[in-house]
Design a protein around this ligand. Structure first.
Ligand code: ASP
Length: 325
């Protein structure tokens, strides 16, 4: 295989090849994938969600082994969750205060810091696929509302009618602490050494129409930079935006050389928790370390690597792995 490019990013050297250009990677053995299905603020039966997470991880692990790119893998996982109706995203997205579903989603490719995002979408089957279309169109990063939706429909996003969504017309006015979280996210490191992240949500239950959370905001609920890390967040989005949570965690790694799991703990427990912000994050660094952590009661989550079979948890349980272990 002819090596086409050697790039040094933040001290890490990446090798991409002709195969990489074609969308497949095989230059290194190491790969990893992690997902979340939302921070949990109360005890719930997550059996069905954990099964969906395990199935997605099993497929993603095989895809990565076979050379799939990180960005394709995270999009495929999030799309499956959007279609499942089991999470607060896509078909299962919860309704705003007017009983209307409004979805937000993003995708970020650490290879070149490319990103696409959509917010306040009311008629999209797969918001993450629309975010990918925005990224690939390579003109804008974030489009919002009806006019943004017209743009992504023009790019090929699939339209659905309001009756497609499970929760149309059902706003539940619950207190903040009771809000159901079920945002989904995925991060991956592929065999070219590229990192990617994606996040997708219906936002907060009974939110003000037009409210946009952290999930489609680069640096808040999503971030990926080759040579550093990829993150996806879940929780009280207003705080993730204000504290630029995903980018702040990545900066701890890039500038302070803080290990991934420590950077995430600092973000969740030293930055977010003191201001009353509940949530969680998943992350993978350039070496293939995986971290999944939360300051809430729990977080639906799981990961797999080239060496580890898929592992899932909702409350106590796995919080990641060190590369090579
Ligand atoms: N972060 C999402 C938002 O604020 C909600 C969640 O993760 O549960 O829109």
């Amino acid at each position: 295989m002819r090596l086409a490019l050697l790039a040094a990013v933040c001290g890490a050297v990446f090798v991409t090849s002709d195969a990489d250009a074609a969308g497949t990677c095989s230059a290194q053995a190491r790969f990893a994938v992690a997902v979340h299905g939302g921070a949990q603020s109360k005890m719930r039966d997550g059996t069905a969600q954990l099964a969906a997470i395990k199935a997605a991880l099993t497929a993603a692990r095989a895809d990565l082994q076979n050379g799939a790119s990180a960005v394709d893998v995270v999009e495929k996982i999030v799309k499956a969750f959007e279609d499942s109706g089991r999470f607060n995203t896509g078909k299962g997205a919860i309704a705003n205060a007017a009983g209307q579903v409004e979805t937000d989603a993003s995708i970020m490719d650490g290879n070149g810091l490319r990103s696409g995002a959509v917010a306040s979408m009311t008629a999209l089957k797969n918001p993450v696929a629309a975010a990918r279309l925005v990224m690939e169109a390579d003109r804008h990063v974030l489009v919002v509302g009806d006019r943004g939706q017209d743009y992504v429909l023009g790019l090929g996003a699939v339209r659905v009618t309001p009756d497609y969504f499970n929760n149309t017309g059902k706003p539940k006015l619950e207190p903040v602490s009771e809000k159901p979280h079920g945002t989904v996210g995925a991060v991956a490191l592929d065999r070219c050494g590229h990192l990617a992240a994606a996040t997708s949500t219906g936002g907060f239950d009974a939110k003000v129409p037009g409210r946009v959370g952290d999930s489609p905001i680069v640096g808040a609920g999503v971030y990926a930079a080759d040579g550093v890390a990829a993150f996806s967040g879940t929780g009280h989005g207003e705080f993730f935006i204000r504290f630029n949570a995903a980018k702040d965690a990545a900066d701890r790694i890039a500038y302070a050389h803080t290990p991934l799991a420590t950077a995430m703990q600092q973000e969740l427990f030293d930055v977010l928790k003191p201001v009353g912000a509940e949530g969680g994050m998943i992350g993978i660094d350039a070496k293939g370390n995986v971290a999944l952590d939360y300051n809430s009661l729990g977080m639906l989550r799981g990961f797999a690597t080239d060496r580890s079979e898929p592992a899932v948890a909702q409350y106590e349980g796995t919080k990641g792995t060190k590369a090579g272990k």
